[in-house]
Write a protein that binds this ligand. Structure first.
Ligand code: ADP
Ligand code: MG
Length: 454
């Protein structure tokens, strides 16, 4: 292929490579709507102009992804002469007026397989649309591994977590992937209520054979919200037999619940121990990074023109779950549609009732209080000295930022002079352990916290 031809299609080629390198959700948010719009030569250097739908996306690509883009570009062209220029283009924005690309799999029914439709999966609930962050990444990796290799790796798979944190979304994402990649497998996705209703109907109509056959012939059984069968003896009994029969035949069983197996009251021990024999993973409450990812996704999805700092601001609120984020974004979207200007004050008044997790002032207060307590300066704490007293003060301050402000490790690292997140994890863990046994640390933490109140 000629160099000129390669240049013309360069951005698409780069995107196909990047897609394999970063998470689907992240790719979707940042790159799905970018487009190569011009190829030019200046001073003998080829320049590729890429249009981005918003300045937020443009700056993020430039600050976070440019090195990878250049690397892939060099690999594809065998030269490093190409320069990338990112522009905000109304053309790209206009395209987003069509259903957002975040919705692409949902928008085209052909993408949802026939079986997928038969079993009433929500077409939006795909891995592609699931934002990955520290609070759910372990669950996502497990889910994707199972989706690739049902029956063989983690069986059964028990996914639990609080309301609105994405359990239904994830379990359906597994179902979507399996139906797409293994269309010959018989997949059954149901809520435990449906399982119950089906059973009641089968008993009433004396069609138990048909019922048993339906569930026991599944290759993959996915049951959402299993806690609802707890205490219903005959449903549990039937579930147990179904489960055993599938399990013995290496068929994949996946369930979700609102709590870990042994905390679901009324669930018999033998079912609990079956679950415990497999893989149990939780989705944790939203942390700052996950919140920011989700807020960004929703902002892009609703095609809202919000400044990056507004997104930051929204993400500092302690949403308990994703539905609350969706509600907040919807309110903001309505205001924008009524052509109201949405500034920081508006956002604060919409989210007013909620106490923000942290602001820069809170971090400063923690750092200052820790420095004072240990008799050193803020500069020392944020600096690089490894002197024992200073390092201890720094670790305590990091611990407090994590405990009190629920900051992410990366954020803490950045604030403390660009330390690596693994250093922060180590420090937080260390202080956490010391807090349990070491009276000196206990006293320090309690005094610093005491000084923060008010
Ligand atoms: P649960 O079953 O745990 O109560 P859901 O799966 O119903 O929660 O999630 C609630 C809503 O939040 C859904 O619209 C879902 O798509 C969305 N959601 C949850 N987690 C995420 C995530 N990580 N990324 C994007 N959307 C999410
Ligand atoms: Mg659910």
């Amino acid at each position: 292929m000629s160099f000129a031809k390669k240049l013309d299609g360069l951005w698409s080629s780069i995107l196909s490579e990047l897609e394999t390198e970063i998470s689907p959700a992240s790719f979707n948010v940042w790159f799905a709507k970018t487009k190569q719009c011009r190829t030019a030569h200046s001073n003998g250097q080829p320049t590729i102009e890429v249009s981005c739908p918003s300045s937020f996306i443009k700056t993020t690509i430039e600050s976070r992804f440019l090195p990878s883009i250049n690397k892939v570009g060099r690999r594809l062209l065998g030269s490093n002469r190409v320069k990338f220029v990112f522009v905000v283009s109304s053309q790209a924005t206009d395209r987003t007026k069509q259903p957002s690309l975040i919705n692409r799999p949902m928008a085209s029914p052909s993408k949802t397989s026939r079986r997928g439709r038969q079993i009433k999966l929500n077409p939006n609930y795909t891995f592609r649309n699931f934002i990955i962050g520290p609070s759910n990444q372990v669950a996502v990796v497990a889910a994707q591994t199972i989706a690739k290799n049902p029956g063989n790796v983690y069986n059964p798979f028990f996914l639990f977590g609080g309301v609105g944190l994405g359990k239904t979304h994830l379990i359906q994402a597994i179902a979507h992937d399996i139906t797409k990649n293994n269309p010959s497998l018989k997949l059954l996705y149901i809520t435990s209520e449906e399982f119950t209703n089906d059973l009641v109907a089968a008993i009433r109509k004396q069609r138990m054979d048909k019922y048993k056959n339906k569930y026991r012939s599944a290759d993959v059984l996915l049951v959402d919200d299993i806690q609802f069968i707890a205490g219903k003896t005959f449903v549990q009994e039937e579930f147990f037999h179904t489960f055993n029969s599938l399990y013995m035949n290496n068929k994949q069983v996946i369930v979700t619940a609102d709590s870990p197996p042994d905390e679901i009251s009324g669930l018999p021990q033998r079912i609990i121990s079956r679950f415990k024999g497999g893989l149990t993973i939780d989705i944790q409450p939203l942390d700052y990074e996950t919140r920011r990812g989700i807020v960004t996704q929703k902002v892009i999805h609703h095609n809202l023109s919000l400044e990056p700092q507004a997104i930051e601001l929204i993400s500092t609120y302690p949403f308990d779950n994703v539905r609350e984020i969706e509600g907040a974004i919807l309110k903001i979207s309505t205001l924008i549609k009524m052509s109201r200007r949405v500034d920081d004050e508006t956002i604060k008044s919409i989210l007013g009732g909620k106490r923000r997790f942290h602001s820069k002032t809170d971090i400063k207060r923690i750092v200052k209080a820790s420095a004072n307590y240990f008799n050193i300066t803020v500069r020392d704490i944020k600096g690089k000295s490894r002197q024992a007293g200073i390092a201890m003060a720094r670790q305590v301050a990091m611990y407090l930022c994590r405990q009190e402000l629920k900051m992410s490790y990366v954020e803490i690292g950045n604030y403390f002079g660009g330390k690596d997140h693994s250093t922060v994890i180590h420090s937080v863990d260390k202080i956490q352990k010391m807090f349990k046994t070491n009276p000196r640390i206990q006293k320090a933490i309690l005094s610093i916290k005491g000084g923060l109140i008010g």
